[in-house]
Design a protein around this ligand. Sequence first.
Ligand code: 13P
Length: 287
Amino acid sequence: MLVSAKEMLEKAKAGKYAVGQFNINNLEWTKAILLTAQELNSPVILGVSEGAGKYMCGYETVVGMVKGMIKCLNITVPVALHLDHGSYEGAKACINAGFSSVMFDGSHYPIEENIAKTTELVNACNVLGISLEAEVGSIGGEEDGVVGAGECADPNECKMVADLGVTMLAAGIGNIHGKYPANWAGLNFDVLGAISEKVGDMPLVLHGGTGIPEDMIKKAISLGVSKINVNTECQLAFAAATRSYVEAGKDLSGKGFDPRKLLAPGFEAIKATVKEKMELFGSVNKA
Ligand code: 13P
């Protein structure tokens, strides 16, 4: 069964650990993440960007696939199916399609418009018991065509948005989607600390989880981060494992071309990446 992310994130905030959001792209991705969560007895959030939703033939297809897999694989840990960086229209479409959690990313709007649109979605989500993530201060880098400048959020604006009744809040603190450049300045813990103080119990979300050093992840969790998003790292792991298989000529030997064999090393690589992150985030045995 799909659940809202509310309870798992409130527990994470109180217990000083974080739940991973791992973005899905297809059946192998979804199966690898669900099986790892079950093996580690960890709650998990499956992230779907609007682009990935389109790629997987629409939100209803995604809901059908995830629900079917949860049943077939006997997944009993809490699983939230979450729209990542949704537009206002995308959030509504996912709510209608049966997602249990949505993000409305209004960070590129003036704060008044971000607040107005977030407020409407708070009301819709509350009625249906769906968790809602809002964003203040855009995340750097590019994700599915959405380009953020990577600013740091204003703690007062964070407080205003948190007070609307959202479930969790993403705030820019110098984090970037994709690989971090060699000259990256690191996470801004002064800003994170100030935001945390303003928003109290509200679970904070750290985007751009790929490539953030372990000590920074741990410090961010200690300052109130309860959800960490990881996407690129699973993609890199999948690509590297698939490359090794092909470069070793394994697709040319016997039935090595069978997609169930060809995609298996990438699948295992995603599992290993998710396991490593769940251990680092502290969500193992927290289901
Ligand atoms: P990465 O691709 O950098 O891991 O970021 C993922 C993310 O924040 C999804 O919203």
